[in-house]
Design a protein. Structure first.
Lengths: 398, 376
């Protein structure tokens, strides 16, 4: 056993860190600092810079644009991106639909879609959840009826993240209504500009427009846009569950959040009686830091196992559960630190219009909204309750 | 970065596990706990002579197996798993750490006795009115005629009835909470001026309250200037206790999972209930976090003091909380059976409970982390 990264891995980390520091677009950073919501072009600008470096899809096979990095190198990359608080590379494109296409797609589909994902030319959204199909995804009702060379798709998807930016969507649809559950589902790629596709915003409790409803009314989808066999779409969906988990524990994100929290606690309260000096609040920080350390080393254990050729299975659900719980605790503590000072109803989208110095406690902008928004962490990507079901069954054999 | 055990370490684990499987099943343990002696010298001799494990963390030059902290971790985890009361922690880990760092011919002689199973230590640190702060020492060491004479009262000295020597923290000078003036002294059991009041502990071991009245003590290192040495050795002990805790908790979890699969109510195994499943998943997660922290702390024992303290203290905080969560969950999910003295589970729970505070509670170690924060 040994804790350290190798000198080569440390050199890699320095290289990655220098690349991000050097190349991250200043105008995007300025928007983030001012609390301005990022536009589609902001995300893609960064994506294209990363793509130019050849790093936009590190986990992919090299032949499709992957980097050939080890699990540790992919981990370091994911951590450094979180540490630098960069605009995320759109995971729906690079981590979700891309791997499905290179695993199950036809040569034509691979040639048509993969290079554009790598380059950041297309933005993909995920059409999975429906009003009646959340955790129980396989109960989805969106119908795709075959008519010659096309499917005619009708139905409603929901919680579709950033669909307002999407060029393409990957959808799970029911192609055999008589089959039971998973058996009659197909995986379709749908051009979001197709007639009959309507994207309607869902405004979340923090006032943000992050998710959408997507309505599909007689949308014509060429059969060539179906990935894998008809009625075998569930196989594609399942494959995604096992793919790319780098960064799932949000360790670097939470470290950044903890650093901000400590700074905040050092400014709240009168001089000499700062919150940071309060033994009760300090203990809360100590406890969450300890839990974060435990999660960090748990993630590193999984990583070491993967490097030794023993890729962890569903145990990584633990990283999702603890990672989201810990991150949410950080948001909670920031809110606790500010209390009523954080009650200002200024959405992140408009906070910059007030100007930072127009607010009595500048650090208070967005703290409550972030707390509200981050409640999603334990809900999306398979709720933490579903993750516990998975662990109960697969790890404990219950 | 690597969290795998070497083939030798795996072999050590197998050897120790097999030895305990053969000599230390739950029935044998309970018979021993109830016996007059309260322990089995034969087991200790076997650990020394049959499998040579008492030399695990010592160099081959000193007659050991050439291992270190990871070997202690391996042995302690198996000790936890089998609920072993023999004093490996105080003798080999904590005592061994002091002797290795002392590193004199006398220390090497004592290490030889430890490896041979002839020397067994108990750590006399707590005093009535003191807690886990190693500098909080009222027991006095006074120089007299070329010797150090120890006087004071120590309580809850775990394993003292089985020990050949006591490792006593005492003060040569300074105020009650000063680090300067504190060091560890070795006192021979049965020496003049040492009187033990022995009693059983709730977790199956024996302990004693000990009165020292001018007992001769041999300073480990420089008398009165041994705080740093003591703190480093105790940190090795804390990391090893975390490993014991991991062994205890793995057993608490696996017994609980098995029990809920067997136990039927309402015509189904109680494990079919989601409320129980999720509780067991949370216990599993707690165990895995404890494992991670135990590895981390063990691998940081040789780092500079501040880094070591942070790592070890953080591990004990995490492990201490896990012990309570996993222990209470195990009893709860065993229902009434968990309340009986008959099943092993309740004995693992009792050990888990006492491990929470041994060598420092969650609150104590959280405060150590905060002291590191304040020092920066």
């Amino acid at each position: 056993m040994q804790l350290e990264f190798t000198p080569e891995e440390l050199a890699f980390r320095d290289q990655v860190r220098a690349f991000i520091a050097d190349k991250y677009p200043a105008q995007v950073r300025a928007k983030q600092d001012a609390g301005i919501e990022l536009a589609k072009d902001d995300y893609l600008l960064w994506h294209r810079i990363v793509a130019k470096q050849g790093w936009s899809v590190p986990g992919w096979p090299v032949e499709y644009g992957g980097t050939g990095w080890s699990a540790t190198e992919r981990h370091i990359w994911a951590e450094e991106l979180q540490r630098a608080d960069t605009a995320p590379i759109i995971a729906f494109s690079t981590n979700l639909v891309g791997p499905v296409i290179y695993t199950f797609g036809t040569p034509e589909q691979k040639a048509r879609f993969l290079p554009r994902i790598v380059a950041g030319d297309d933005w993909w959204c995920q059409g999975y959840s429906e009003p009646g199909a959340g955790s129980d995804l396989a109960s989805l009702q969106t119908r795709a009826a075959r008519e010659g060379d096309h499917y005619i798709v009708n139905g409603q998807k929901t919680w579709t993240t950033l669909a307002q930016h999407a060029d393409w969507g990957f959808f799970l649809v029911r192609t055999d209504p008589s089959a039971r559950k998973q058996a009659g589902i197909s995986f379709l790629l749908i051009d979001m500009q197709s007639p009959g596709v309507t994207v309607r915003p869902i405004i979340t409790l923090d006032g943000a427009h992050e998710v959408n409803e997507v309505w599909l009314e007689d949308v014509k989808v060429p059969v060539e846009n179906r990935v894998y066999e008809e009625n075998k779409g569930w196989t594609c969906a399942k494959m995604l569950l096992a793919h790319e988990r780098s960064g799932i524990a949000l360790v670097a994100h939470s470290k950044v959040a903890l650093g901000k929290l400590r700074k905040l606690a050092a400014t709240v309260g009168p001089p000499g009686r700062r919150l940071a000096d309060d033994p009760i609040f300090r203990r809360k920080l100590t406890e969450i830091e300890v839990e974060l350390t435990a999660l960090e080393y748990t993630e590193l254990r999984f990583l070491a196992a993967e490097n030794a050729g023993k890729a962890p299975g569903v145990e990584v659900s633990m990283l999702k559960i603890r990672g989201t719980e810990i991150h949410q605790r950080m948001n909670e503590l920031a809110l606790e630190a500010l209390g009523s000072h954080a009650s200002l109803r200024v959405s992140r989208a408009t906070a910059h219009e007030l100007g930072a110095d127009a607010v009595a406690v500048p650090g208070a902008i967005g703290v409550a909204d972030t707390y509200f928004n981050m409640r999603k962490l334990s809900i999306f990507g398979g709720s933490n309750e579903i993750q516990r079901n998975i662990l109960a069954k697969a790890v404990l054999g219950l | 970065m690597d969290f795998n055990f070497t083939a030798e370490q795996q072999m050590l684990r197998d050897t120790v596990a097999r030895y305990f499987a053969d000599h230390y099943d739950f029935g044998q343990r309970q018979a021993m706990v109830r016996s007059a002696a309260g322990w089995r010298p034969g087991v200790w001799r076997g650990l020394a002579a049959d499998i040579g494990v008492l030399g695990a963390p010592f160099s081959e030059a000193l007659g050991g197996l050439g291992g270190g902290a990871i070997e202690n971790l391996v042995v302690m985890e198996e000790i936890g798993r089998a609920l072993v009361i023999e004093p490996y922690l105080d003798t080999v880990v904590l005592g061994g750490a002091l002797l290795r760092r002392w590193n004199t011919p006398r220390a090497h002689e004592l290490i030889g006795q430890v490896i041979a199973g002839e020397a067994r230590f108990a750590f006399a640190q707590l005093e009535p009115g003191s807690a886990y702060d190693l500098a909080d020492v009222g027991t006095v060491a006074a120089a007299s005629g070329g010797e150090w004479r120890i006087s004071g009262l120590k309580d809850a000295v775990r394993g003292a009835p089985f020990a050949t020597h006591l490792i006593v923290t005492a003060r040569t000078d300074g105020g009650r909470h000063d680090r300067d003036g504190v060091s560890a002294f070795l006192v021979t059991c049965g020496a003049a001026g040492v009187s033990l009041r022995e009693y059983p502990t709730v977790d199956g071991s024996r302990a004693a309250d000990i009165r020292f009245e001018g007992a001769v003590g041999e300073p480990i290192g420089e008398a009165g200037r041994g705080f740093a040495l003591l703190e480093a050795a105790v940190d090795e002990g804390v990391a090893a206790l975390c490993a014991e805790a991991v062994g205890v908790m793995r057993r608490l979890l696996s017994d609980t999972v098995e029990y809920t699969k067997q136990r039927r109510q309402f015509d189904a195994p109680i494990a079919a209930n989601q409320a129980l499943q999720h509780r067991m998943v949370d216990m599993y997660i707690a165990v895995e976090q404890a494992v991670s922290m135990t590895y981390m702390a063990t691998l940081k024992l040789d780092r500079p003091a501040q880094e070591r303290i942070r790592a070890v203290a953080a591990a004990k905080v995490q492990v201490g909380k896990a012990l309570r969560f996993v222990g209470q969950g195990a009893i709860q999910l065993h229902g009434g059976m968990g309340m009986t003295n008959e099943l092993a589970i309740s004995h693992y729970f009792k050990r888990a409970t006492m491990l929470e505070s041994q060598l420092g509670s969650v609150d104590h170690h959280a405060a150590r982390i905060e002291q590191c924060d304040a020092a920066n």
